[in-house]
Design a protein around this ligand. Sequence first.
Ligand code: PLP
Length: 287
Amino acid sequence: QWIFMNGGFVKKEDAKISVYDHGFLYGDGVFEGIRAYDGNVFRLKEHLVRLLDSAKSILLQIPYTLDELSDIVVQTLQKNELQDGYIRLVVSRGQGDLGLDPFKCKDPQVIVIAEKLALFPEALYEKGLNIVTVASRRNRSDVLSPKVKSLNYLNNILVKIEASLAGVPEALMLNDQGYVAEGSADNIFIVRNNKIMTPPGYVGALEGITRNAIMELAIDKGYDMTEQVFTRHDVYTADEVFLTGTAAEVIAVVDVDGRTIGEGVPGPVTQELLQDFRQLVIRDGVK
Ligand code: PLP
């Protein structure tokens, strides 16, 4: 396996960074998770725009243009002979001293890792997930915007820990007002009476690339698709619930906090959008 770093490719065993890298010391950096299907990179430009926006927001200068980053991602897939895979693009602030000061870090690291990925076993896509809501909150008044996909994922990791302790594969975060925000690394959609809703970004959700693609597909299909603030009650009483994300793709949720969702199986709207999404990812990629 080949990793892109320091402007070229190195073997996985040799891909090492300094212990003084502020990405390691402080989670100071940004990242993207991107996916390739059949040799096509899905919505690469959107991912790179989000990466550049995240970097700009934290005053991190990425030493490549969007087009250069795009070439690096495609080359990393080719070098690893991957047609289908998951790509992790990481930009860390780079090496500094033990102080927080990011301006002492003169050489940001750009690292691209590509490999095969299956987040959930295939059987769960057919059965749907049981999930819980957790106490960890997405804080809307954090200094850092939830739009920044930063390397500091402790909040999300705590959500994942709470999920594991509850014996389920994923969990939902609420925000500080108790509105439903998102999963540990995925967005949530609910369906009621054929109306589809997902929380707006300002609730504290990342504006997921998969989320945006699903919203477009739903609108194309003529669904009443809106961004809405909603609570756990709305999730419990929905006809269908599903999660979206680059790694998760589209996956049904059939139980939340012990409340069976709809019939307890993936519903028709979820299945339709999953099919549409699977066609879109092949059609809509960058070779
Ligand atoms: N929310 C969070 C916190 C995430 O980390 C991710 C994954 O990237 C998502 C949502 C889903 O976003 P996307 O569809 O762009 O992968």
